[in-house]
Design a protein around this ligand. Sequence first.
Ligand SMILES: [Zn+2]
Ligand SMILES: [Zn+2]
Length: 307
Amino acid sequence: MNSGLLINRAVAGGLDVIGDRWSLLILRDAFLGRRRFEEIRAHTGASRATLTRRLAALVDADVLYRKAYGTGSRVEYRLTATGQELFGASLLAWQWESRWDHGEQLPARLRHSVCGSPLHPRAQCRACAEEVTLDSVDWNLPAAGLEPQFEELRSIGGQRRVRAEQATGSDRDLATVSNLIGDRWTLLILIAAFFGVRRYDDYARHLSIASNILTQRLRFLVEAEVLERIRYQQNPPRYEYRLAPRGRDLYPLVMVMRQWAEQRLPPDQRPLALRHKGCGKPLVIDVVCGECGQKPWPLDVTRSETR
Ligand SMILES: [Zn+2]
Ligand SMILES: [Zn+2]
């Protein structure tokens, strides 16, 4: 049943699998060819218990599969075809982190061997090849409004445990973005902001989030310069939380993750299609190499280790 929702429970479930700090770091490692438990553990910094649990979840979700190697019972983890489809999301996460966290002093360290250029991934509309940004997509909210959307989004919250564990691995790439996207509350607040929510009370109401958690996450997002805190009333002072440029730039990544979750559903269970304003067609996002326009595959991307 297509219920007129932009995000439904199944999509929320899919986001829950990949929208996790450890899943993002495990995927990064998988795309870099790291396949073995100890190797992934060293690079992500996840505890054994956490890594075991997240690898099992990714195998369940058909993102990774186990393959025996050597003699005995050792296994390594490889990307399935479904998992390979997440490469675009991983590249966008990488780009975001390079752009906003390392600044200009970091030249692109990923190279697209097909065209020989540094890899600058670009999220574009499949129909017209225009770049996809927050302003270029029509959310076209159904008459029912936001409430049913958030009802579904809250179901993410019910599935996830609170983790205090931080990524402390030897590979710091994606450390910032995995804390933003990989925390269920910050992800929900971000999606709410994409829907146009700005005020504290509205975040609290839509997300059914405890006020201490909301206050803490909003402060974190303001400190990370993803949201801006703007006073909209003098007396008593009241504030709005609006997307800053860093936050708006997370939009293509979140949308590509949503699309991945959606494409795994049977057509009749998919939420409402979004529309690309530029061409008016239903939105399908492709992540391509900004230089040659081809879709990059993990084997076509090389990485330079020098900073
Ligand atoms: Zn278009
Ligand atoms: Zn290229």
